[in-house]
Every structure is written in structure tokens, then in C-alpha cells.
Design a binder for this molecule. Structure first.
Ligand code: SAM
Length: 294
């Protein structure tokens, strides 16, 4: 019996008196083809070091152990540790770190931990069926830590995957799309219906594959201002940029001059701007007086 088989999950639950925790986003995958598709999307092979977030009972972990050089999995729920000991007992290329992924120092995990188990230059892939209650904080913590990794392949809510992968002019395009696409190229691999999980969540999910760019998609003078501008622009996405950017605390006439200097009509809305336009605008806004030369 496979780990993703619902009767196996039930058996483990009964044997270990384990209760699914809604608070920890515990929805376990029950469709084996999704697991294989995730490993295929990341092209996991014997040279690779994989960092998995939230192994649960080890469903995806076991598929990764079959293919990767080594898998390190970070799990916050201590009740799952004896279960993982049992379900992964046949693999010698896995270690579990008991803890919260948001409290880990990700760059050092990917160097120190990797070097303990594999070659220093082993390619790194980050993967996970993410707990939905902290999807965005996990993604942003990973992206902003600029991990020395090739890709990030995760299961997220379908709506979040669509927001991340969409481009300008679409309803789903927003601050998250601009932030993630700054660091990565994102692609939806497949939609996964809610019935493929146990217990079934309320909404469908999607497998999202993100390849890290060697350098960010656009050059900016100040990354801090780039993200501040994007956040402010989308905070009130129905408003014109001239109005929504007033959240930055700069005088309106200065914002208007910066928009014009960047070649952006102040009446446009955030959802129409591409990454390069956001970068031009943020560069202007970041430099006092730069836009005041009209
Ligand atoms: N990988 C399993 C699967 O695909 O069936 C389980 C995925 S389940 C959606 C999410 C997992 O993340 C759970 O095992 C949960 O306990 C774990 N988790 C929740 N919050 C976490 C955190 N802050 N750090 C690490 N793991 C976490």
C-alpha cells in the first residue's frame, strides 16, 4: 500500500492516534500522479539536494527520496516525527528537521545542511505541499533570502498560483505576481482538485514551478523602494496610480512628476504596469528631487 492511499493514511492516523490539525494546514495528498508530476517538474535526480517544507506523513518525501541524492524535510508538528520515522525507515538519504520553516535560516540550511549530506556544489531544489495559512510568508521568506537554489516547486491554493503566474492586464495580476516574478519565472504545472486531499480543503490547488533567475527580472536602484511602490500601487488597485501612490506619503505633485518622468500616464492603474515600468517608477520615487527636473 502506498503512503498516499487514503486507507494507509487512515491506518497511520489510527495507529498513532494522530489528529489532522486544521491550524497547521494539514491536508495530505492522496493522488500519486500529482507527486510524480511535482518531482518531474523539478526534474529531481540523483545529484540533487532537496529541501522539503512540511513533509506531513512523508507522502511527497518518499517520492523525492526515490529520486534525489538527499532530502532534508522541515516539519513543525512534533506528533508527525514518530510517523515519519516509520514511513521513511527504508530510506537512508533523508533527515528531518523538527521546527518552523519561518524560523529557519534558509541560506545556511541550504549550505551547511547540504554539505553534511551531499557535495558542496549539488544542485538545490526546494519543494513542498505548502500549509495554506502561511503560503505567502513562506514564499516571500524564501525568495527574499535569495537561496542558492535552482527552483521552488510547491502546491498552493489554485487562486494563489494564478495570482503568482499571471501577467499585466489580467484580474489575477497583483503585488504577489510582481514580487515573485522579480525573482523567478513561474509556471502552473497542473490544477489539483480538492478531492485529491485528505481531509479535503475547501478550495482547489495547483502545482506551481518557479525557476530562480540568475539576476532579478529588472534592475532597480533600490529594491526596498521597488517593493514599497508595488505594495502601495496595488493596495488600492481600483484607483489611478496618482491616487493609490499617495499611500507612500509623498506630495501628489511629486508623484505625478515621477509618473510622467517614467513615461507612465498618472491615470493608469497598477494592474496595467509591467515589472520594468514598476522599476522605472520606483527608481524615480526613491531619489528625492530626481523627478523634479521637468
Ligand atoms: N507533504 C504532505 C503531503 O503532501 O501530503 C503534507 C502537506 S500539508 C498541506 C502541510 C504540512 O506542513 C503539514 O505536515 C504541516 O504540519 C506542515 N507545516 C505547517 N506549518 C509549518 C511550518 N511553519 N513549518 C514547517 N512545516 C509546517
Amino acid at each position: 500500500m502506498k503512503l498516499y492511499d487514503p486507507s494507509m493514511i487512515r491506518m497511520i492516523r489510527n495507529q498513532y492516534k494522530f489528529r489532522f490539525s486544521k491550524n497547521l494546514g494539514q491536508n495530505f495528498l492522496t493522488n500519486g500522479s500529482v507527486l510524480e508530476d511535482m518531482a518531474d517538474a523539478a526534474a529531481v535526480g540523483p545529484d540533487d539536494y532537496v529541501l522539503e517544507i512540511g513533509p506531513g506523513i512523508g507522502t511527497l518525501t518518499s517520492v523525492l527520496c526515490e529520486r534525489a541524492g538527499h532530502v532534508t524535510a522541515v516539519e513543525v508538528d512534533e506528533e508527525l516525527l514518530p510517523i515519519l520515522d516509520f514511513t521513511l525507515s527504508e530510506y537512508h538519504n533523508v533527515n528531518i528537521i523538527s521546527g518552523d520553516i519561518l524560523k529557519q535560516d534558509i541560506p545556511s540550511l541550504l549550505t551547511d545542511e547540504k554539505e553534511k549530506w551531499l557535495r558542496k556544489d549539488a544542485p538545490v531544489k526546494i519543494m513542498g505541499n505548502l500549509p495554506y495559512y502561511i503560503t505567502t510568508p513562506i514564499l516571500m521568506a524564501i525568495l527574499k533570502s535569495r537561496p542558492a537554489a535552482e527552483s521552488l516547486t510547491v502546491m498552493v491554493q489554485k487562486e494563489v498560483a494564478e495570482r503568482i503566474a499571471s501577467g499585466p492586464g489580467t484580474k489575477a495580476y497583483g503585488a504577489l505576481s510582481v514580487a515573485v516574478q522579480y525573482f523567478c519565472e513561474a509556471e502552473i504545472i497542473r490544477i489539483v482538485p480538492k478531492e485529491d486531499f485528505m481531509p479535503a480543503p475547501k478550495v482547489d490547488s495547483a502545482v506551481l514551478h518557479m525557476r530562480f533567475r540568475k539576476v532579478p527580472a529588472v534592475e532597480t536602484k533600490s529594491e526596498e523602494w521597488y517593493f514599497r511602490t508595488v505594495r502601495a500601487a496595488f493596495q488600492q488597485r481600483r484607483k489611478t496610480l496618482l491616487n493609490s501612490l499617495s499611500g507612500l506619503g509623498k506630495p501628489k505633485n511629486e508623484i505625478e512628476r515621477c509618473l510622467n518622468a517614467a513615461g507612465i500616464d498618472p491615470k493608469r492603474r497598477a494592474e496595467t504596469l509591467d515589472l520594468a515600468e514598476f522599476a522605472r517608477l520606483a527608481d524615480g520615487l526613491s531619489e528625492e528631487n530626481v523627478c523634479v527636473q521637468d
